[in-house]
Design a protein around this ligand. Structure first.
Ligand SMILES: [Mg+2]
Ligand SMILES: [Zn+2]
Length: 178
C-alpha cells in the first residue's frame, strides 16, 4: 500500500547563509561569497545521483532596505558560479513583521520549491544551520536536518531531530533515513 511505503528522497534543499556559504549578514556583495568547506563536493555528488537541489533563503535585508532584490540576485548568481546550478531558488524578501507565508520557519518556500520540482514534500529534505530551517521543513512535511555552526543556539540544536556536523554527514544521514 502506498501509504505505508517510505518516500524516496528526490530533492535536497539547502539554506544559503551559514549552510552553503559563510554567513555575511545582509550581504549584497558577490565578492564576499565564500562557500562552506565541502559544499561543492556534496552538491556535485547529489547532482551525479540525479537528486534535485535547491536553495531556500530568508533575505529580510530587502524589506529592511539594507540590500536590494537585485543585490540578492547577484549574490545568488555568484553562489551558482561557485557551487553549480540549483534546480530551484526560493527567496523570502520580507521581514518578520510582514507576517508572510514564506519566511522560515513558515513552510511556504518549501511548498513552493516542491511544487516547482513536481515532487511531494515527503520526498524533500531541507538542511540548514538554525531552528527556523528545521521548523520550515517539518511544517511543510519535509525532513529537516540541522548542521549547526558555532553561532547556532544550543536549544535549537537540542530540539532538532536530525543533527549532523557537516553537509556530507547530513546527506549521509538522509540517505540512511527511512
Ligand atoms: Mg542560515
Ligand atoms: Zn516572505
Amino acid at each position: 500500500m502506498e501509504s505505508s511505503e517510505t518516500s524516496k528522497l528526490r530533492a535536497v534543499l539547502f539554506d544559503r547563509d551559514g549552510t552553503l556559504v559563510v554567513d555575511v549578514p545582509y550581504n549584497g556583495d558577490p565578492g564576499k561569497v565564500r562557500p562552506v568547506a565541502g559544499a561543492k563536493a556534496v552538491l556535485d555528488s547529489l547532482r551525479a545521483d540525479g537528486m534535485a537541489t535547491g536553495v531556500i533563503t530568508n533575505q529580510s535585508g530587502i524589506a529592511r532596505g539594507l540590500i536590494t532584490a537585485e543585490d540578492v540576485a547577484k549574490v545568488n548568481a555568484r553562489v551558482e558560479e561557485l557551487l553549480g546550478p540549483f534546480d530551484v531558488w526560493e527567496v523570502c524578501p520580507h521581514s518578520e513583521q510582514d507576517g508572510c507565508a514564506c519566511r522560515k520557519p513558515a513552510p511556504g518556500m518549501v511548498h513552493s520549491a516542491c511544487r516547482k520540482l513536481g515532487i511531494s514534500e515527503s520526498e524533500a529534505a531541507l538542511i540548514g544551520d538554525i531552528g527556523a530551517d528545521v521548523g520550515a521543513a517539518e511544517a511543510a512535511g519535509a525532513t529537516g536536518v540541522l548542521v549547526p555552526t558555532p553561532v547556532t543556539r544550543t536549544e535549537e540544536v537540542g530540539a532538532a531531530r536530525l543533527v549532523a556536523p557537516d553537509l556530507a554527514s547530513a546527506v549521509g544521514l538522509l540517505q540512511g533515513t527511512p
